[in-house]
Design a protein around this ligand. Structure first.
Ligand code: FES
Length: 106
């Protein structure tokens, strides 16, 4: 049973800075990004059409969709570049006891 909605995504050591990791929590696809600024968790499905963000690229805090190149700020989910116009939903993320855990929002 997870503590108040926190679910483990992976071991902390599996996610180096500048990398991302996708996971399925219940019915939700999420992606966790580790940047110089820390950990960030978002929906893993682009808001433009269907593409998995963890198959794209992470450049600093810019998360780039593999399909048509829309980009998002992985800290806030805000759109940084077309063709997407709707932000990505963000989720809570933390590192605890050597594991990365996410708690879904919205
Ligand atoms: S599906 Fe991501 S930009 Fe089109």
């Amino acid at each position: 049973m997870s503590e108040a909605g926190w679910e483990k995504v992976c071991e902390a050591a599996e996610l180096a800075e500048g990398r991302m990791k996708g996971a399925t929590l219940g019915e939700r696809e999420v992606v966790v990004c580790r940047t110089k600024e820390g950990l960030h968790a978002l929906d893993n499905v682009c808001t433009h059409a269907y593409a998995k963000m963890d198959e794209g690229r992470l450049r600093g805090v810019r998360l780039i969709c593999p399909l048509h190149g829309a980009s998002f700020d992985c800290r806030t989910g805000a759109v940084l570049g077309a063709p997407a116009t709707v932000p990505l939903q963000t989720h809570e993320v933390r590192e605890r006891d050597g594991a990365i855990e996410v708690r879904l929002r919205g």
